[in-house]
Write a protein that binds this ligand. Sequence first.
Ligand code: FPP
Length: 257
Amino acid sequence: MLGKIWKNYGQLPSSVEYTKEDVLQHPVPEHVAIIMDGNGRWAKKRALPRVAGHYEGMQVVRKITRFANELGIKVLTLYAFSTENWKRPKQEVEYLMKLPEQFLATFLPELIEENVNVRVIGNRSQLPEHTRRAVEKAIEETKHNTGLVLNFALNYGSRAEITYAMQEMAKQVQQGDLSPEQINEEVVSSYLMTKDLKDPDLLIRTSGEIRLSNFMLWQLAYTEFWFTDVLWPDFTEQHLLQAIAEFQKRGRRFGGV
Ligand code: FPP
């Protein structure tokens, strides 16, 4: 309610609380993408090992997935592991690779019940077998679901994705199945891992970092960005409501007037 009063007066102070009903009065973004950052710092602040932050982050994934579904968001893309994250200490990488299994072991029945369609973008072939098996099981068991698409970016890097797309297009050109003149933006999009998904409407990044970190560089061309200092394990439904409310205030013109 307060949100509505403030809406016409420019920048909202972050202390404004929104209700689900407030944001549902306006169209919600169909595709929300999140760079979930700050797990390590959350743990450090509590003198806990970094992996404790990742564990807590996983609980927040569960909470936000439920809430996104309730809000009628159609696609939720979560940056869970980047192609650069392999450079982290071995133990941390091993832990991160166990998270999808842990998450799905307890949450998959609920995802199925809630009609959620699990997908993954990123290079799956480089994942440890146990991780790959867990995500492939979830993809298989939810492939006919028509509700929220829960899209994990796992071993994902946007430059690698674009490079691979270029290689594939070059091969098609070489074989005579595609001419250079035929290559337009739709064709490029159709070679990306997100080919079945509309581009994100809203990008959220937590923890105060203001950069894209090789995430969906092509797909974010017209996306609204929302940055917050909140660390991912502290991210709540209220923060998502604030991001959406801010999105709803912005006039998207896609380069027009
Ligand atoms: C970045 O924080 C976070 C990650 C690299 C991992 C994100 C993973 C999760 C939130 C859990 C994923 C859950 C599933 C189900 C796959 P950081 O470690 O870089 O934090 P820092 O910048 O504070 O060190």
